[in-house]
Design a protein around this ligand. Sequence first.
Ligand SMILES: Cc1cc2nc3c(=O)[nH]c(=O)nc-3n(C[C@H](O)[C@H](O)[C@H](O)COP(=O)(O)OP(=O)(O)OC[C@H]3O[C@@H](n4cnc5c(N)ncnc54)[C@H](O)[C@@H]3O)c2cc1C
Length: 442
Amino acid sequence: MYVIWWNIGKLCFESDTEPYALARDKKVSDFAMASGIEVFTPVSHTLFDPADIINKNGGRPPLTYQSFIAIAGEPPAPIFEEYSELPPVGDTGEYELLPVPTVEELGYGDISQEEIPPFRGGETEALRRMKASLQDKEWVAKFEKPKGDPSGFLKPATTVLSPYLKFGCLSSRYFYHCIQDVYRSVRNYTKPPVSLSGQLLWRDFFYKVFFGTPNFDQIKGNKICKQIPWSENEELFVAWRDGRTGYPWIDAIMIQLRKWGWMHHLARHSVSCLLTRGDLFIHWEKGRDVFERLLIDSDWAINNGNWLWLSCSSFFYQYHRIYSPITFGKKYDPNGNYIRHFIPVLKDMSREYIYEPWTAPLSIHKKAKCIICKDYPKPVVDHDTASKECRKRMGEAYASNRLDSNSSKGKPSNLSRRKWSHGDHGASNSSIAKLLRTSRSE
Ligand SMILES: Cc1cc2nc3c(=O)[nH]c(=O)nc-3n(C[C@H](O)[C@H](O)[C@H](O)COP(=O)(O)OP(=O)(O)OC[C@H]3O[C@@H](n4cnc5c(N)ncnc54)[C@H](O)[C@@H]3O)c2cc1C
């Protein structure tokens, strides 16, 4: 009906490659095409078109960053046309314009007493923020992940452009192009994977892998995910989720997540490692869900990809390398300013005990007005014992995955004979699952 009223001839929308969006958009496209409407859905959310990269790689997603870079080449240039206004949307007298929903209507209750996160939305803010970061050419040229201070909160050590990229306030191609401009104006600069442009390539890398990997967001039926028998422990999980593990470094990060919706990359490493292979041995999907709900940059491909990575379920396999919930943060912030900000009850704890308050004598607790077990919890697990046990269980899980993969070796893969297009993933996840069934073993 609306199609006839509005006399629509062409429908344009950005291609969204997440499985849910593909299935939804296919319904819209099918309906439009059946009504004689031309449909145009360019890929502009990522640097490259995932289907192109998979086709170039013989029908399978590149599973390492290096192989992705080797295939990808330079991303297409961004479009530079600027529009100061949008064409009118027909005669609006016919339609009711709905108001923007309130925070309460979105299900967040009363937030009037909460700390306001320092990030503002919108394209203008995204461009301002990007320009401010790129103005410091030396900083851009020397940018090197994983160097950088995860405890920096007044002035974060990275760009904090992830929420803007996620919501399309900032084009990743435009950002990439502007970084290249900076590189052209300096003598030396860092290179991928550690450079700033390398970070945008990581983003694209995860988009490419998930596009060619059925069930990327779960352990079940996911060919690139190690089968690890994670344990269930609701009490430990809730302590982690709510920032009540008794390890101030970990709790401060989880509280920053709840309050600000953003934390530094290495802070995310610390808490995801502790939840999974580091200490608690809890399923990465549970942590992923918490991040998905609370991050303001929550992104299906990147979030799942990084949880697979940090839990040593895929991409990264050095499970014996575990972040200490005590010494890791201390290296960057010996005075514990980050902890004091996000956990006010610890603000007067002496510097000596700020990372392990349970080891302080009662006199120190009293002086800091923070009694352990009353005002702040004691650790939910002993890190030394728990991490040792985790290493053992990871070793056993890896050994049994090796056995499984050896027994399925030698089966042919039919992936490489296939051409990929956008429609593939959403159209039939299960048919792709069948195609991929014999694709990979570690
Ligand atoms: C467990 C875990 C979950 C994560 N979940 C998300 C998520 O849901 N959304 C998200 O955008 N990032 C996620 N990340 C990746 C990374 O932590 C953030 O992209 C980064 O911290 C955002 O800060 P920034 O914009 O200042 O990054 P910068 O260092 O300034 O990098 C610029 C951009 O590069 C991209 N980028 C940087 N690091 C990565 C990475 N490791 N993987 C993919 N892209 C990257 C982001 O788009 C980022 O905005 C996760 C990391 C971990 C360990």
